[in-house]
Design a protein around this ligand. Structure first.
Ligand code: FES
Ligand code: FES
Length: 177
């Protein structure tokens, strides 16, 4: 079947078999290998991408189902070489160990933050509960999402906020002090 999809802002036309999963379309046909396959059974979240801004597990979607829609993969987060705030956040907060879960974690976090700009730690943990980190780096992942929330809420052109201040604010929020 012929499909037309926007991938990271680029129009893509392709012939695909109806049985082809989106994750294999991205990785095997388009060589966008930042999207990982951890389980192939919609359990781990490593294959998470944005579909029209919504986080979906791409091993649970057929490529033909995204005809006419817009996909964002991790490769689309820094199109001009400037890291997305969520990428900065994972780097600043050391929210990676092996990094296998990172693309899915970041994309799920972006979708979450678009509707929850000032989340609690509990809300972040709930939102990311479908994304598994084999290295169990969850504490720093939660810090990173808080960091990104504050960076994304900062006024445009405002003074950059240091990671120490952001993490201290996150701790104050959590502790209610
Ligand atoms: S590979 Fe898709 S959820 Fe694990
Ligand atoms: S950092 Fe290794 S799986 Fe998450």
């Amino acid at each position: 079947m012929r499909i037309s999809v926007g991938i990271n802002g680029q129009p893509i036309d392709a012939d695909v078999e109806p049985r082809l999963l989106l994750v294999h379309f991205l990785r095997d046909i388009l060589a966008l290998t930042g999207t990982q396959i951890g389980c192939d059974t919609t359990s781990c979240g490593a294959c998470t991408v944005l579909l029209d801004g919504m986080a979906v597990k791409s091993c649970g979607v057929f490529a033909v189902q995204v005809d006419g829609r817009e996909i964002t993969t991790v490769e689309g987060l820094a199109p001009h070489g400037h890291l997305h705030p969520i990428q900065e956040a994972f780097k600043e907060c050391h929210a990676v160990q092996c990094g296998f879960c990172t693309a899915g974690m970041m994309l799920a976090s972006i979708a979450f933050l678009s509707h929850h700009p000032d989340p609690s730690d509990e809300e972040i943990r709930w939102a990311l509960s479908g994304n598994l980190c084999r290295c169990t780096g969850y504490a720093n992942i939660v810090k990173a999402v808080q960091w990104a929330a504050r960076r994304m809420a900062a006024p445009a052109g405002g003074a950059p906020t240091g990671v120490a201040a952001i993490l201290a604010a996150a701790t104050r929020d959590r502790d209610g002090s």
